[in-house]
Write a protein that binds this ligand. Structure first.
Ligand code: ZN
Ligand code: ZN
Length: 500
């Protein structure tokens, strides 16, 4: 495409995590490459914008290749030849809040259509939406059956946490299976990645006597304990308070931390492997500008033996000497209350697992779970994407979910809970007048209040074959009718089409 004088857009889920790709692209394309993402300041953004625009009149000076995060789809391309969406299944292509609520992967398809450009969606674990389109002939499907450099898939070992607890075989939070693999790896001078999708020390604190749990004063969630700051923090609004020595409710001094996040894992691992060099990668340790690069650099140069981290460790990084990957708690991925939970759990665990093993050695992945017989665990173990897809598709069809049906999520928000109740009820009645759609709710979501705003959700489901423009205009009408009532006029009503 570049040879034929056209532009290329290369979308990645998170630019901060892609220093390796930036380097590689710049090595090949040099000055032609522009980088665009939301962390740039407005002056830097204007610069990229102008150089993309300049390509139209002065092709040698403007940017011909753009590597960007989701917002790069809005740049003023004049002649796109190809759009590449890397890790197309990633959730971070979707913008939830604020508006515009869009999925850059879907926008890429529309943009490609406008420019008559090729669009390439890449993933080892495709989103069910894209796979559905490929199976049905809307997209072409290209399978890669051979792994790069003939690397073998890692060996997956399922470790039963419940049994190990019962038999008193746990080493702190590690099952004997994971502990032994870690010991062996360290003896051989190999590296280890431990994954847990919760940051902080422990997800919540609880009074042993009366069960009281400290909650955020602005949101309907429990506060996460961060040991290094010795504070309880809300992960939704940032509110924080110091940890009291006694229960606010009954005064008992037995207030204890429950569960474990990345910070606690780091602490526990330090006690178990005294000589190992341990690093942690999560939102808390990567706040400083170069913190992320430093963690990666240390791992690449074997200055770190064990890396503990959240989702961040899953994102397409290649490390030469990682031989063991531990997934500390697969249960909270599998049991997450969302219709996409199994799809996500499969994607996430496969991505982390992919970090284990390199050219000359097969890696080992240890999955800790209390449900070792769960069907999904078995499918993950066999790395059987097709069967996950088939079983999930049956369920989605039965319960009218994407990719077979389309979804619209409507959120009604107000600081006053009764206003939310009234407005959402009324909207529900209006929406039920639309014959071709299924209306669920209004219902309080899992977290009913965020930053002092109460919220109720209404979910709409409709067949893909139905004209969606017609549905959308009827939905808009229903919202306007609701808003016209003076009692509801200062309610916030957000619409999210194809929520992720
Ligand atoms: Zn909060
Ligand atoms: Zn208490």
């Amino acid at each position: 495409m570049i040879k034929s004088g056209r532009q290329a857009l290369y979308l990645v889920p998170e630019i901060a995590l892609t220093t390796q790709i930036i380097k590689r692209l710049k090595n090949v394309f040099g000055e032609k490459v522009g980088i665009y993402h939301s962390k740039l300041n407005s002056q830097e953004r204007v610069e990229v914008w102008e150089k993309v625009l300049q390509f139209k009149t002065e092709p040698t000076k403007g940017y011909q290749v753009v590597l960007g995060a989701r917002s790069a789809v809005f740049l003023p391309f004049s002649n796109l030849g190809i759009i590449i969406v890397d890790e197309e299944h990633e959730n971070s292509f979707k913008q939830f809040d604020p508006a515009p609520r869009y999925n850059a992967r879907d926008m890429a398809v529309v943009l490609g259509f406008q420019h008559e450009a090729k669009v390439l969606l890449g993933s080892a674990t495709p989103s069910f939406e894209s796979y559905f389109n490929a199976i049905n002939g809307k997209y072409a499907l290209v399978n890669l059956f051979k792994r790069h450099s003939k690397m073998e898939l890692p060996e997956i070992i399922v470790a039963d946490v419940k049994r190990a607890y019962k038999r008193k075989q746990m080493h702190s939070i590690l099952t004997p299976e994971l502990f032994i693999q870690m010991e062996t790896a360290l003896e051989n001078g190999e590296q280890i990645i431990l994954f847990q999708n919760r940051r902080g020390y422990s997800p919540f604190v609880e009074c042993f006597k009366c069960g009281w749990i400290p909650k955020c004063q602005n949101c309907d969630v429990s506060l996460t304990y961060h040991k290094y700051k010795n504070r309880l923090t809300c992960h939704y609004c940032g509110f924080s308070q110091s940890l009291h020595n006694s229960c606010d409710s009954c005064g008992s001094p037995e207030v204890k931390t429950r569960g474990f996040g990345t910070e606690k894992i780091e602490d526990e691992i330090k006690l178990l492997f005294k000589n190992a060099r341990i690093a942690r990668m999560d939102l808390d340790t990567t706040q400083n500008k170069h913190a992320f690069e430093k963690i990666i650099h240390n791992l690449e140069n074997k200055k770190t033996d064990i890396l503990v981290g959240t989702q961040m460790v899953t994102k397409g990084l290649d490390f030469e000497h990682v031989s063991v990957v531990g997934i500390l708690n697969a249960d909270n991925l599998i049991n997450f209350p969302d219709f996409r939970a199994h799809e996500r759990a499969y994607q996430l665990i496969s991505q982390v697992a992919g970090r284990a093993g390199r050219k000359h050695k097969r890696g080992k992945v240890i999955i800790q779970t209390s449900q070792p017989d769960h069907l999904l665990i078995e499918l993950i173990k066999n790395q059987d994407y097709t069967r996950v897809w088939k079983t999930q598709l049956e369920e989605r069809n039965l319960f009218k979910y994407p990719p077979i049906y389309r979804l619209i999520k409507i959120t009604v928000k107000h600081k006053n809970v009764s206003t939310v109740e009234r407005a959402s009820e009324m909207l529900g009645v209006e929406l039920r007048k639309i014959k071709s759609i299924v209306v669920l709710g209004p219902e309080f979501p899992l977290i009913a209040r965020i930053q002092l705003w109460y919220q109720k959700e209404i979910w709409l489901k409709f067949d893909r074959k139905i004209n969606s423009d017609q549905v959308k205009s009827l939905v808009l009408e229903a919202i306007q009718t609701t808003k016209q009532s003076p009692l509801n006029s200062n309610c916030m009503i957000n619409v999210d089409v194809d929520p992720a």
